[in-house]
Design a protein around this ligand. Structure first.
Ligand code: NAD
Length: 373
């Protein structure tokens, strides 16, 4: 029998509550199938937390996240709180969550569904069948390195400083995530750095190469300079299976890869912490898009990125690959059958609302594979 898994739901702001509600229904369906395995708790973060507690990442939410087996996050960001001091902005909620849970690895698939090829700005033959994953280091590098700051040099001159720094162990732990993900896929990792101009990049390349040789001889490892990788992503994105990269380059390459798919509402992500001795790791699963205040409250947001984040949770946190595959397949079946929320519909195409899309996924999940069109 499976032990109970405690799932913390953090819907957040804007469309967050609408999309998390649909993802919860999918989790409940998995739970029923497995004999009631999930226990859900819900808490506030972002603007919703500011409304209730006066801070974007309250201590109670932090404690609940630390105690959870996995966290499903919607989005934060509320225009009503846009002009508050930086430390009170809703977006600080997700940064605090990532920091306090020690989430050092961001895993972001970029997949193009056949039925949505036309949504990309790239030619269909370049983009059709795209299925890559970006593994980005999330807690090190130039965004966190010391020293940092802006110095006054006098005589009207100032100096801005940030430090790009990585240690061997930081590089090895993120590389392991990439190699492990590749082992579940096509077994190819392309590591992206700037080893030609940065010492930290050279160390990155040396450590990744040594780790692959020592522990992952079955993985085909290649290296690209990050700028070249960025060009290849638009020229020939299908050459990639898993892209491994640092915080700064990953920030850019992952947004670039997401944009290639043309469908912000379809892209999930996982942020993972360090595995303990029992193999447990803290993790937050979330769509890559934001709180979409322009459509919040209208009930028309696309819940698929959040539902696909549930599939990532089942895969990464619980190792339930079969359940995860069933969700991925259900989403594909729904899209192939032409069900569309407004964001992914072509002009004149009939659309469903957020709940309608959730219904369609649940129905596809319940249908036996041979009954699927
Ligand atoms: P956004 O991703 O919220 O929206 C960009 C556009 O995509 C909008 O037109 C929106 O309507 C549309 N969109 C996004 N998700 C959609 C969905 N599921 N279904 C249908 N349409 C969808 O980005 P933004 O407008 O730049 O940011 C809005 C707020 O979200 C800001 O406060 C920003 O800071 C925040 N944000 C939060 C996160 C996060 O919580 N992780 C990430 C990005 C942005």
């Amino acid at each position: 029998m499976n032990a109970t898994k405690n799932i913390l739901l953090l819907p957040g702001d804007g469309i967050g509550p609408e999309i998390v509600a649909e993802a919860r229904r999918v989790l409940e369906a998995v739970s029923v199938r497995r004999g009631g395995v999930f226990r859900f708790t819900e808490d506030v973060i972002g603007g919703a937390a500011l409304d209730r507690c006066g801070e974007p990442f309250p201590e109670a939410t932090r404690q609940a996240a630390l105690a959870a087996d996995a966290v499903l996050f919607g989005a934060v960001g509320d225009p009503r709180w846009a002009s508050v001091p930086f430390h009170l902005r809703p977006e600080v909620g997700i940064l605090g969550l990532r920091k306090d849970l020690g989430l050092f690895a961001n895993v972001r698939p970029a997949v193009v569904f056949d039925s949505l090829v036309q949504a990309s700005t790239l030619k269909p033959e370049v983009i059709r069948g795209l299925d890559l994953v970006i593994v980005r280091e999330l807690t090190g590098g130039v965004y966190f390195g010391e020293p940092r700051g802006i110095e006054d040099l006098g005589a009207g001159e100032r100096r801005g400083v940030n430090t790009h720094v990585y240690t061997s162990s930081e590089i090895r732990r993120i590389a392991r995530v990439a190699f492990d993900v590749a082992r579940t896929r096509r077994k190819k990792v392309c590591s992206c750095d700037k080893a030609n101009v940065m010492e930290a990049g050279l160390l990155w390349r040396e450590e990744v190469t040594a780790l692959a040789k020592a522990e992952y001889p079955d993985i085909e490892l290649t290296h690209l300079y990050a700028d070249v990788a960025s060009m290849r992503l638009v020229q020939n994105p299908k050459m990639f299976d898993v892209i491994l990269t640092d915080n700064l380059f990953g920030d850019m390459l992952s947004d670039q890869a997401a944009t290639l798919t043309g469908s912000l509402g379809l892209l999930p992500s996982a942020s993972l912490g360090v595995s303990d001795a029992k193999g447990f790791r803290r993790a937050v699963y979330e769509p890559i898009h934001g709180s979409a205040p322009d459509i919040a409250g209208k009930g028309i947001a696309n819940p698929l990125a959040t539902i696909l984040s549930v599939a990532m949770m089942l895969r990464f946190s619980f190792g339930w690959n079969e359940d995860a595959d069933r969700i991925d397949t259900a989403v594909r079946v729904v899209l192939d059958s032409g069900v569309r929320t407004p964001d992914i519909a072509t002009p004149g195409q009939p659309t469903v609302n957020t709940k309608g899309m959730g219904d369609a996924v649940l129905e596809a999940l319940e249908r036996p594979p041979e009954g699927r069109s």
